[in-house]
Design a protein around this ligand. Sequence first.
Ligand SMILES: Nc1ncnc2c1ncn2[C@@H]1O[C@H](COP(=O)(O)OP(=O)(O)O)[C@@H](O)[C@H]1O
Ligand SMILES: [Mg+2]
Length: 256
Amino acid sequence: MSKILLELRDVTIRFGGLTAVDNVSIKIEQGKIRALIGPNGAGKSTIFNLITGIYPPTEGEITFQNIKVSGLKPHTITEMGIARTFQNIRLFGEMTVLENVKIGQHCRTRAGFLSAILRGPRVKKEEKAITEASMEALKLMELDHKADELAKNLPYGEQRRLEIARAMATNPKLILLDEPAAGMNPQEKMTLMNMIRKIQDKGLTIFLVEHDMKFVMSLSDRIAVLDYGRKISAGTPAEIQHDPAVIAAYLGKEVV
Ligand SMILES: Nc1ncnc2c1ncn2[C@@H]1O[C@H](COP(=O)(O)OP(=O)(O)O)[C@@H](O)[C@H]1O
Ligand SMILES: [Mg+2]
């Protein structure tokens, strides 16, 4: 039996009258690539927001390495080893590629971002470590040669990879990727797929939300399917593809 890294137990969140996530349980084994799919509005991004502490669940609990994380603050959860990217690109276009990665780590250093600008001796040492970790993450995403370019000048596919680099530089154990291939051309998707496999080879666990079925099916060990906040199916890619409940959920809806 593999070790369970992340577990959602009967997790529910309500926004006013809307139950965005409804009694969802998911277990993710260490070192695996798990996907979460479902029609738009199914609650996928909300599950990532719950895992990263943006919202506490209304009911249920989330554990990471057997420690309860639901109710903890986002920065604490990041420090424990969970990193994420967002569905929509969140880069600082006027900053360099390297600066965009570094900014993701300042939140977890003792000195903090503000004192980093003031530069005390401890800060300088931390700064060096941050730069090194950032360059390593950029190398992994094959963007190290663009470290000094402005983020806005990167092609779209590389901007999305830059966001993954920023997440990777925090040295996570689990990385949550929210629609990382959205808007990419087939070549960019292929490159990204190989990089996600490289991340897995480093020993990380990956939780992936993605609409591109070919992408999801070829990468994931297991897939969970959400519809209207409820988990309607879970299994291997082959099992999911033939599940009538999944087919019904997608009927008449945009699959992409
Ligand atoms: N902060 C919020 N307040 C109110 N409703 C929200 C909030 N966040 C998400 N929702 C709603 O929850 C549902 C699920 O949204 P989301 O998780 O973004 O779906 P998905 O990522 O699967 O497309 C949607 O109906 C959305 O409008
Ligand atoms: Mg979403």
